[in-house]
Design a protein around this ligand. Structure first.
Ligand code: ADP
Ligand code: MG
Length: 701
């Protein structure tokens, strides 16, 4: 039989066969032996330490005890039926309790035998117990899995277990795999870097992550694997970044012309903040280098990203190009369109709006004007990327709230000109540094870290349900002062029906508290036809209504400066970044604004922390960091398409230092050897060659 290697299909591994291979593929996406070996243990049982029963405590996360099973009894009936074992060591006794698999346990557990048990101790009525402990017959003679010092625990599924692939089964498979391929595991990182960062070899890391002989060895394996994951992501990203500037010629905007200047000198209704000026300057420099710009603008809600986008687009128009701006929702695109027209006026440039509900006739006119070059700026939703939309000379693309667009959609805009347009991506809210480095590591990043002058920080309070009347009273006061109020309900897919019931009940209550004709209420939710949504929005914008009841559709972008109160119902159910986004809908005018977080009386620890964070700070960058710590990157929108989720070991919330180390390492490598031509970098060169698939999806941001 030919020698096996990491890329050998999993079915060729001894002990696997077609059926097991099939379930491994389906359940764990394990196709090769290498895939199997990157199914790392999710924890280790420390077999070096045995706890004495007398020392067990319900606060312990888990404990391992060596003792004897002295009796086994069936107690309770029907739903309370359970199997209870009495377990003893020389210091005391405790109970072991099982609710499931009782017949099987009765058959296989040996009363009188010594066991190593493992599980979480708990206490009930002074009686110490472990529910569903892991049980291993104790055998001091045999070198068995249970005798290893750190025993790996793998995640498994019901299906896998049917094929004997529980944690023990997977452990055996890992051992077979390692023995079969160990000698063929090649190094992936150049020796110089391995030495400099004191890494263990790839081979060593894979062996020790599954079967560490001690904690130190395990730590070294973990470091090496994390380093490898982060290092290669950065290598890819920075390579793409380098290719962008080298390969793709860019449109050159070499003048600041009449439209830009007229707008800046005569129409801009406020002075730009220092941060806005800085970012506009960065964009001007970028677009005059002859290379294509790919820049991300990060800024907190309300930091004034739109004006930056507008002035960049004017720059493009002054240089003879067209520009477009894509937003994720119709409401937002419409607002951008209206806002921009208002800012820039009707005569300076021609601007049009294209969305799903643009009429056929209007659409035809827009298509024609685009191709003839009489239309300067087009605002819209993803309707912009349809093939029918052809520009005469597209030079600048703005993507607002970009995480809602997929890579392919962005790529289509990129291809709307022979020489690709400059790309400016704007995030909705700040993202943490580690995420930015990983999700947008191939873009240049600008930060707007300053709010327009004169903004009063929004005051945020948290009310329990019991203070609802106080909240209504406060709403009345603010409305009496001429302000408007948002009231937002969660509408979450999984519990949509129930949410709608709450929404309706809440609405009825609200209508009683705020009756016609004195008070008028707008209602907007995702299920409404666009036309009705628009109508309701407009009523609120025109101040025909004082209260806007909404589900989270208003999360993105809506701008009504006179609205100064944001009430968020069931706020404990929202994520931090969502709460921050919602709060950003107020505080846009000159008045003091407020955010009231309503919640039920019972809060989880995490829910509590989220609300406390909101009350404590208005700083979006700080909130983003807390969010990352709480949720991990997987749940933060935008990560799905960014490769962040390919991380198996590294953690962007906790491995910031290592990530920075990797990024700097890669930067230094490219600086010394941009084409990776030197002998010592051949591993990196071949990694990138393997990764490029012809279509430059990941070059496109
Ligand atoms: P975001 O960054 O959240 O997209 P916007 O661009 O919508 O923020 O700006 C929020 C509000 O602040 C808008 O009403 C805008 O006109 C206003 N604004 C932007 N820049 C300034 C500034 N330099 N001074 C005063 N107001 C500004
Ligand atoms: Mg915006």
């Amino acid at each position: 039989m030919a020698e096996l290697s990491l890329i050998t299909p999993i079915e060729y591994l001894k002990g696997v066969g077609p059926q097991k291979a099939d379930v491994l593929k389906k359940e764990l996406q394990v196709f090769t032996i290498g895939d199997l070996l990157t199914q790392y243990p999710f924890r280790y049982i420390d077999r070096t330490e045995f706890h004495k029963i007398r020392k067990l405590h319900p606060d312990m996360m888990a404990a391992q005890v060596l003792g004897r099973l002295v009796s086994l009894q069936l107690v309770g009936e029907k739903r309370t039926k359970r199997l209870v074992g009495s377990f003893k060591d020389e210091t005391g006794s405790m109970e072991l309790v099982w609710f499931q698999s009782i017949p099987w346990l009765q058959k296989s557990l040996k009363v009188g035998a010594a066991y190593i048990i493992y599980g979480k101790p708990s206490e009930f009525n002074g009686q110490l117990s472990i529910t569903h402990p892991e049980m291993d017959l104790y055998n001091p003679q045999v070198k068995q899995a249970g005798n290893m010092s750190l025993q790996p625990v793998y995640s498994s599924t019901e299906k896998l277990k049917k094929f004997n692939l529980d944690t023990k089964g997977i452990q055996r498979l890992q051992q077979t795999a390692l023995e079969a391929v160990f000698r063929s595991i090649a190094e992936t990182i150049p020796q110089e870097i391995i030495a400099k960062h004191q890494l263990v070899s790839h081979q060593q890391a894979l062996a020790s992550i599954h079967f560490p002989s001690n904690q130190k060895e395990l730590n070294q394996a973990i470091k090496r694997i994390k380093f490898e994951e982060l290092f290669f992501i950065q290598l890819k990203l920075l390579n793409n970044k380098q290719l962008n500037t080298q390969k793709f010629r860019g449109q050159r905007f070499n003048k600041v012309g009449e439209k830009f200047n007229t707008f800046f000198n005569e129409r801009l209704p406020f002075p730009l903040t220092g941060a806005q000026k800085r970012v506009i300057k960065e964009i001007r420099i970028d677009t005059n280098t002859g290379a294509q710009m790919n820049r991300l603008v990060q800024g907190d809600v309300g930091s004034g990203k739109t004006v930056v986008a507008l002035m960049s687009m004017l720059l493009a128009v002054d240089n003879g190009f067209q520009a477009c701006m894509m937003a994720p929702t119709e409401i937002l695109a419409t607002q951008h369109y209206q806002g921009l027209k208002q800012l820039v006026g009707d005569d300076l440039v021609s601007i049009k709006l294209l969305t799903g509900s643009t009429s056929t006739k209007e659409r035809r006119l827009i298509h024609q004007a685009l191709e003839e070059g009489t239309l300067d700026i087009l605002i819209g939703t993803h309707a912009l990327i349809e093939d029918k939309v052809k520009f005469k000379n597209l030079g600048f693309v703005v993507i607002d709230e970009q995480h809602r667009f997929g890579v392919e959609q962005r790529a289509k805009l990129w291809r709307k000109n022979v020489i690709p347009p400059h790309m400016l991506v704007m995030t909705a809210t700040p993202i943490p540094r580690t995420l930015a480095m990983t999700m947008y590591g191939d873009l240049d990043i600008s930060v707007i870290d300053e709010l327009p002058a004169g903004r009063k920080p929004i005051k945020t309070v948290h009310f329990f349900e019991s203070s609802r009347l106080r909240m209504f009273g406060f709403m009345r006061e603010e409305i009496a002062k001429g302000r408007q109020v948002y009231l937002v309900y969660p509408l979450i897919k999984e519990s949509e029906k129930l949410d709608l019931i709450y929404l309706e009940a809440g609405l009825e209550n609200l209508q009683r508290e705020f009756p016609l004709p004195q008070y008028k209420i707008s209602i907007v939710h995702g299920k409404m036809p666009v036309k009705d949504k628009d109508f309701e929005m407009q009523r609120f914008v025109k101040h025909e209504t004082q209260i806007m009841v909404a589900t989270t559709v208003i999360e993105v972008g809506v701008n009504v400066p006179n609205a100064s109160v944001m009430v968020i119902e069931n706020s404990e159910r929202f994520g931090l970044s969502q709460l921050h986004q919602l709060r950003g809908r107020v505080g846009r005018g000159a008045e003091q604004s407020f955010c009231i977080l309503m919640s039920g009386n019972k809060l989880s620890k995490e829910g509590r922390l989220r609300l406390d964070t909101m009350v404590r700070t208005n700083d979006g960058f700080e909130i983003a960091e807390v969010d990352l710590q709480l949720r991990g990157p997987g749940d933060i929108s935008g990560t799905q398409q960014s490769g962040v989720l390919d991380l198996k070991m590294a953690n962007l919330a906790t491995d910031q230092a290592l990530l920075t180390e990797c990024r700097n390492t890669v930067i230094a490598i490219f600086k010394e050897d941009p084409m990776l031509q030197s002998e010592k970098n051949y591993l990196l060169r071949s990694f990138l060659a393997r990764k490029s698939d012809g279509i430059a999806w990941d070059k496109i941001s």
